[in-house]
Design a protein around this ligand. Structure first.
Ligand code: MF3
Ligand code: CO
Length: 257
């Protein structure tokens, strides 16, 4: 990846991004309550759609295009078990023991908010619990590094270190990203080190950090629906994401309620 322009945000813009991301956080809270055995992923999407409409916002993912894929058809991504990211909601019924990654993106007052959490469905295995815990912790290890004086790959190193120390693998085919008036701005933020650009972190950067962590291999496959990424070995995957602003007072987790 070659270096380019990182759009810095003013304090005022960061305040607006906070408002947008609080809408996202509220939706994720509500979806978390709705996740239980018997709920379909399509129901989660409907619920999010309603909440986005009521907030006077727009779904950022709906109609979104990446590469040459068909436009994304839903308001949320719901990725179950071996699905890593970009699972398309539908008739799939969540069952006891599943894990489901829920990713929500909203546009409000000209800015995009983006965050994700992975929820257990009822009681899950100890291994699944550990995967959720390590993935969430790795996100916060990354956030801790989102301070001026550091470089981008200090974030990547912190995430990767925590994941690999605990015997899991970070996905390489998908990365975090700058965020602002557009959902995907520069820089790309890999959850592993040694590749690409390594700019200094500055006040006013707004970054979506999103570790995707696999129980087994980091390798992925894409399903025929052109969107759903699954683990190549069929083992579990988890995903947590926060939008974060770098401020004079350190990282400001915009999407944390
Ligand atoms: N949080 C994901 C991302 O930042 C969600 C994108 S879904 C898409 O890439 F449909 F909009 F692509
Ligand atoms: Co994102």
């Amino acid at each position: 990846m070659k270096p380019g322009m990182i759009v810095l945000k003013t304090r005022r813009e960061i305040e607006t991004m906070r408002v947008v991301n609080l809408i996202v956080a509220e939706i994720l809270d509500r979806l978390g309550e709705a996740v239980r055995p018997g709920t379909t992923t399509g129901e989660l999407d409907k619920l999010a759609d309603k909440m986005i409409f009521r907030a006077g916002a727009k779904a950022a993912f709906k109609g979104y295009r990446m590469r040459n894929q068909k436009p994304y058809p839903a308001a949320i991504c719901s990725s179950v078990n071996d699905e890593i990211v970009h699972g398309i909601p539908g008739p799939r019924i969540l069952k006891e023991g599943d894990i489901v990654g829920v990713d929500v993106g909203v546009i409000y007052k000209g800015f995009v908010g983006d965050a994700a959490r992975t929820y257990p469905v009822g009681e899950v295995s100890d291994q699944a619990k550990k995967l959720l815990k390590i993935t969430r912790e790795s996100l916060y290890k990354g956030i801790e590094q989102a301070v001026t004086g550091n470089r981008l790959q200090d974030i990547s190193a912190a995430v990767q270190g925590h994941v690999e120390t605990n015997g899991f693998a970070v996905v390489r085919d998908f990365v975090g990203h700058g965020i602002g008036r557009k959902m995907h701005e520069l820089p790309q933020i890999p959850n592993y080190t040694g590749v690409g650009w390594n700019p200094r972190l500055e006040v006013g950067m707004t970054l979506a950090l999103e570790p995707m962590v696999n129980e087994g291999t980091w390798r992925v496959k894409l399903l025929d629906d052109e969107w759903t990424a699954v683990t190549a070995d069929g083992k579990l995957s988890a995903h947590f994401e926060h939008s974060v602003a770098i401020t004079d007072n350190g990282p400001f987790v915009l999407s944390e309620p």
